[in-house]
Design a protein around this ligand. Structure first.
Ligand SMILES: Cc1ncc(C[n+]2csc(CCOP(=O)(O)OP(=O)(O)O)c2C)c(N)n1
Length: 580
């Protein structure tokens, strides 16, 4: 048995001279060089050298200690989506990395730029089923833009530089850097960061002018055009160009869930969201259109329903920065690969003077008729709080200015339907992967990025129970997010499907045995509020929004309310269920 001090002496004696930096130090230097000042993470054995170095760098980089690695990734996503900056995560090997995978996949599906640094067992133990070893590169391969297993400390500066470039360029997404413990410990020649060679061209590819001209001609000539706009508009910062273009040609616009806020909801040209729970007018307009202009979208099945009958009369122009998206689900008649903002600017510069007026009045008359026939609506109630009315009230109390994050389920759809988003990055939701538990940590990350912004997480009672431990993180760092739980005692969206498509067989969706959410909030050091009756809703929400610190509002809503309209999975717009 070696006494502790003796061990420490031996270790010290074996430590090489300190002139050359360790891999961990090079990593921190490289992160600083990328402008990183915020990391969300959770320590463990394989990242101890990195945490040691991080402590020394704490004046430059603030580390936010989460309560679960999934929370760290969602916080980084919230941070990234609120600002467009790259979010950074640091977790340990094995379970640290696997806990992060849901967030990584979520970021991949929603094109969110994050860099996730994972610890790995020392190189000589890789492949031996060592303690806390998993093949992180293998596990994450299908859900990252790129990943690295770092073999030499001296490679770190170049890898970090490339990882950040890849995360934010083109279609943004997650990049994983897996660092074996011996690599973060190794001392190495330090290549100066500004001398790192960089194989990529950072210039965006030019837009094909002839194709752009042809696309514009088709748009101008179309009788029933629709602009179908997605998250690409937000990521590209193309919001103003889109607005100018739509206004110039008086074109109807329908945003996807991820495109919400990319075009102002209250604008007369906006038809509301399309897809499974989109508006009647948006879905009918797409179904009857003769030209669908798809801008920064990926033809998700929640938008298209049955592909064979999606927009059956339409030519399709698809503009996307990611060539892999083009033709993946729908074969376009004309494709433009490139930044959607640049393409729109190109269109704007080409629109001939005489075309700057609407020639599609009868199309607009038809659309207005659909809007009048089936507006978004719900039945009010004197006795029960209707979930839609909660969102309306939230909109009123926040004067439409809140940044909203959500989980996944019915509440998410009601937020998308009833909170009219007016600016990009105002709704941060899990669109592609549909991750319950996303809302609370994403709100924390967004609030950290935007300290003056009111941030409200609207969550279900199911999703809240997946990541509510991050309330501790919010309290610890004084990030006063507001959490609005739409508590229906059910896994509501699943219950709705069971009601509608499985003869009301409510199989395993009753979650009415739950903690007292007010007490739970208080146990975390947050404030807890509850509203059970319509008459008290406004006052309770007001009090929660006024509260200076982290606040949780348990809103007990009508248990069996359904989200309408609904295009059943695999159906087409004409089979939309609109009744309430
Ligand atoms: C991690 C995860 N597991 C399962 C699902 C499937 N799922 C989608 S919606 C939903 C119900 C969500 O219930 P709740 O959070 O209470 O929200 P509500 O639908 O009632 O608004 C479930 C289980 C999912 N999206 N994510």
């Amino acid at each position: 048995m070696i006494a502790h001090s003796e061990f420490a002496n031996r270790f010290a004696a074996a430590t090489p001279p300190a002139e050359e930096p360790r891999g961990a130090e090079m990593l921190i230097q490289a992160l600083s060089h990328e402008g990183v000042d915020t990391i969300f993470g959770y320590p463990g054995g394989a990242v101890l050298h990195i945490y040691d170095e991080l402590w020394r760098a704490r004046e430059r980089i603030t580390h936010y200690l989460v309560r679960h690695e999934q929370g760290a990734v969602h916080m980084a996503e919230g941070y990234a989506r609120a600002t467009g900056r790259v979010g950074v995560v640091l977790v340990t090997s094995g379970p640290g990395a696997t806990n992060a995978v849901t967030g990584i996949a979520n970021a991949y599906m929603d094109s969110t730029p994050i860099v996730v640094i994972t610890g790995q067992v020392p190189k000589h133990l890789i492949g031996t089923d060592a303690f806390q070893e998993v093949d992180t590169v293998g596990i994450t391969r299908p859900c990252v833009k790129h990943n690295y297993l770092v073999r030499e400390a001296r490679d770190l500066p170049a890898i970090v530089r490339e990882a950040f470039y890849l995360a934010r360029s083109g279609r943004p997404g997650p990049v994983v850097i897996d660092i074996p413990k011996d690599v973060s410990a190794a001392r190495s020649n330090y290549s100066r960061l500004d001398h790192v060679s960089f194989p990529f061209s950072t210039q965006p590819a030019p837009i094909d002018k002839d194709l752009a001209r042809e696309a514009l001609q088709q748009i101008v000539n179309a009788k029933r055009p629709v602009l179908y706009v997605g998250g690409g508009i937000v990521n590209s910062g193309a919001v103003d160009s889109l607005l100018s273009f739509a206004e110039l040609l008086h074109l109807p616009v329908t945003p996807t869930l991820m495109g919400r806020g990319g075009f102002p909801s209250s604008h007369p040209l906006c038809l509301g969201m399309l897809g499974m729970h989109g508006t009647y007018a948006a879905n009918m307009a797409v179904a009857e259109s003769d030209l669908l202009v798809a801008l920064g979208v990926r033809f998700d099945d929640r938008v298209t329903g049955k592909l064979a009958t999606f927009a059956p009369h339409a030519r399709v122009i698809h503009v996307d920065i990611d060539p892999a998206n083009i033709g993946k689900n729908v074969t376009p008649t004309l494709a433009l690969t490139g930044d959607v903002g640049q393409v729109l600017n190109q269109f704007l510069s080409l629109v001939p003077e005489q075309e700057r007026k609407s020639s599609i009045e009868s199309w607009w008359n038809q659309i207005r008729t659909w809007q009048r026939q089936q507006p978004l609506r719900f039945e009010g109630s004197q006795n029960q709080i209707k979930p839609q009315s909660v969102i309306r009230e939230l909109h009123r109390l926040t004067e439409g200015e809140a940044l909203i994050t959500t989980d996944v389920g019915q509440h998410q759809m009601w937020v998308a339907q009833f909170y009219p988003f007016t600016r990009p990055r105002q709704l941060i939701t899990s669109g592609g992967l549909g991750t319950m538990g996303f809302g609370v940590p994403a709100a924390i990350g967004a609030r950290l990025a935007l300290p003056d912004q009111l941030v409200v997480a609207v969550v279900g009672d199911g999703g809240f129970q997946m990541t509510n431990q991050e309330l501790a993180t919010a309290v610890q760092y004084d990030l006063p997010v507001k959490v609005l739980i739409m508590n229906n005692g059910y896994l509501g969206m699943v219950r709705q499907w069971q009601e509608m498509f499985y003869d009301r067989t409510y199989s395993e969706v009753d979650i009415s045995v739950a903690p007292d959410f007010v007490k739970l909030a208080e146990a975390y050091g947050a404030a807890g509020f509850r509203a059970e009756r319509p008459a008290e809703l406004r006052e309770v929400m007001e009090a929660a929004l006024r509260h200076k610190g982290v606040a949780v509002v348990d809103v007990v809503v009508a248990k069996e309310e359904n989200v309408f309209p609904m295009v059943p999975a695999g159906a087409d717009a004409h089979q939309m269920i609109t009744q309430i």
